[in-house]
Design a protein around this ligand. Structure first.
Ligand SMILES: [Zn+2]
Length: 207
């Protein structure tokens, strides 16, 4: 958790974007191997993001109030780049391909996904959302212990039930099973509805 915090602080993102009441660490010490691999939210199972640390994000009270997201919405993960994640947090909603990010660049469609279809992709398992094709790898040099690390980020989200389509993996995994708990055939969710997703945690993996 300390390294994850140091990394996020090094990004220099505005403090108002964060809410430490949503912090949670899933390292082996904080979330032991004997504890459940799955959890339930909004009536649906998701896979515990073992090995990641969640830096809590501020969630707007009006969004919680209108949708009762803590009780009714499911948990999913969204792997993305640092710039797209920052844009999502600044815009206070998700971006669809074709949207301009905060630096003015266009959010593109990842190769392998259907061209011309503007979708936001999520998954109930970080084994899928955390693939480097979604969650870009970054270098990080700690100024505290002077070690060099590789870091990935994934947004942990609440997602409105019934607002998305479930499909199989699109990374050409073929017979390689990507997650022990979710089959490759049910691992990729997509939606066109920006307002059906709320990010409440910035998951960080430091290796
Ligand atoms: Zn921990």
């Amino acid at each position: 958790m300390a390294l994850a915090k140091e990394y996020v602080e090094s990004l220099g993102w505005d403090n108002v974007l964060f809410d430490s009441s949503h912090d949670k660490c899933y390292c082996i010490k904080c979330y032991p191997a004997s504890w459940s691999d799955m959890a339930d939210a909004g009536g649906q199972k998701y896979v515990i993001p073992r090995g990641w640390a969640r830096i809590g994000l501020h969630v707007d009270a009006a969004i919680v109030g209108v949708n009762d997201i803590w009780n009714k919405w499911i948990v999913t993960f969204h792997g993305t780049s640092l710039l797209a994640a920052k844009s999502i947090l600044h815009n206070r909603q998700f971006c669809l391909p074709g949207d301009k990010l905060i630096d003015g660049t266009l959010l593109g469609i990842r190769p392998g996904h259907i061209p011309d279809k503007k979708h936001i992709y999520t998954s109930p398992t970080i084994a899928y959302s955390g693939l480097p094709v979604y969650s870009t790898k970054h270098d990080f040099n700690s100024s505290k212990n002077y070690c060099a690390y590789t870091v990935q980020i994934v947004l942990q989200c609440r997602q409105k039930p019934g607002s998305y389509t479930v499909q199989g993996e699109t990374v050409n995994a073929r017979t390689t099973r990507l997650c022990p708990f979710i089959s490759n055939d049910d691992i990729d969710y997509y939606t066109e509805i920006r307002g059906s997703l709320v990010a409440y945690g910035l998951l960080v993996k430091v290796i």
